[in-house]
Design a protein around this ligand. Sequence first.
Ligand SMILES: Cc1cc2nc3c(=O)[nH]c(=O)nc-3n(C[C@H](O)[C@H](O)[C@H](O)COP(=O)(O)OP(=O)(O)OC[C@H]3O[C@@H](n4cnc5c(N)ncnc54)[C@H](O)[C@@H]3O)c2cc1C
Length: 533
Amino acid sequence: MADAVVIGAGPNGLTAANLLADAGWKVLVLEEQPEPGGAVRSDCGVDPDFVSDVFSSFYPLAAASPVLRALRLEEDGLRWSHAPSVLAHPLPDGRCAVLERDVAATAAGLERFGAGDGEAWRELHGLWERFGSELLGCLFTPFPPVRPGLRLLGKARGAGALRLARTMLLPARRLGEEYFEGEGGRLLLAGNALHADLSPESAIGGGFGWLMSMLAQSHGFPVPVGGAGSLTAALVRRLERHGGQVRCGERVTEVIVRNGRALGVRTADGNAVRARRAVLADVSAPTLFTELVAAEHLPAQLLRDVHRGFQWDFSTFKVDWALSGPVPWTAEPAAGAGTVHLADGVDDLTRFAAQLATRHVPDRPFLLVGQMTTADPTRSPQGTESAWAYTHVPQRIEHDAGADGILGSWNEREQEAMADRIEAQVERFAPGFRSRIRNRRVLSPVTLQRMDANLHGGAINGGTTALHQQLVLRPTPGTGRPETPVNGLYLASASAHPGGGVHGIPGANAARAALRSPATRAVLTTARRTLAG
Ligand SMILES: Cc1cc2nc3c(=O)[nH]c(=O)nc-3n(C[C@H](O)[C@H](O)[C@H](O)COP(=O)(O)OP(=O)(O)OC[C@H]3O[C@@H](n4cnc5c(N)ncnc54)[C@H](O)[C@@H]3O)c2cc1C
């Protein structure tokens, strides 16, 4: 019998499994899909000569994660690669904001958008150099982050701490306007805020945009050599070296609970799989609490909180391409960037966010574009480009702001129309782009969820990043910790603090919670039950 069963082989499930195996536990990971990785997978499904990342691609959060660094995945074959520049945001008039790996180069480019903007970027970077590691420490440790929190307060002191807190809470538009005269710096902050479901006007969007921008500045946006799947392969290889096992094609349908304790799980074929010590769930919070655990084992308030209060992040629509040549950007500097953001300006980002909020499919979608061969030349033959773009659409669609009548059935007509709309947006910034498409693959919200049940309706972050679902409010009001009201059951996915992205922290937090002494575990489970009830 396994000591622990982990449900789901996403990056969080695999991180949790590795930590438990390191502690000498016998670990079994059960994965619904035919292969491990969750939203960290790559394939040759677009074109046999091209490697395409099916979901996520760029891993600054992995590079900054103390947990993933400590796993030393390089010893299991992982190698990183970088594009010449990290991120570009071209504008229709041919200007281009570029986040380079060298802070002086980024600053020099932004100075061309507004006098003093280079210095403003250096100032924001200075803030990161002073407080960045403590802030990441607060995010990357289980809640409450006592030690990094005290270190941060010690460093920032009094009014400094209040000013830092204000900066973190600002919307991206406001932070950009306080620091920058021109559009370039403002766009880098706001575009990065939209990596999560935060509009330019959302509270903490400025803090999030700044954090992502500074991770980009200090770590770049690295990609695994050979495809996103190489990161998963290293996690699995390491786990197996330590005695752990991953079984694919095994959908868990129930967490077996007796007398308030998780005893194991049941799979779709009806088999019970026992776990001597713990069950760790790398599934979404709604799936865990409304599908896998019977309601009788959970406090009624928790169920009400999940049903009424849990908010998914936006839905996602993605297109992968095999291109016969590089993207012919009008703004040349975009050619060297791994990630390219496409929107006409900060106001255009607000327009896009307003369309999402009012349940419209955007007519001129904000695009995140990945130029994967630029970031890692192994992805496709020389002179070609393995590329993708995704945008967001509402979880519940009522109108199409465009002319195609896309209303969220995502039948073939709607998928093709939305993919065409995305290509038209790229074409505005890169005339001739469409003539370079050899093959394309369309990943609608329905397809994304079919390939990974955690991507509910195409949500990519396990629930909104908005302030009202963060820290002790994630996934529902409680302790902000991985314990659940069921003894021996832990939430290990991006639905748990600190949320989405490939950093492995929710998985690590869950594993560490399971490894605590029985007395501490009992206190924390009771606290969770009390707060939920
Ligand atoms: C299109 C897209 C682009 C993204 N881009 C980036 C990026 O560039 N950088 C970044 O850091 N993050 C990115 N993300 C977000 C990131 O991939 C996720 O936040 C991360 O994968 C979450 O990890 P997880 O382990 O919590 O869940 P997942 O990766 O979703 O893994 C969950 C696993 O559990 C399995 N599972 C679910 N239910 C069951 C069940 N009942 N039984 C058995 N198995 C089950 C699923 O099949 C899946 O394998 C992106 C996500 C998407 C979808």
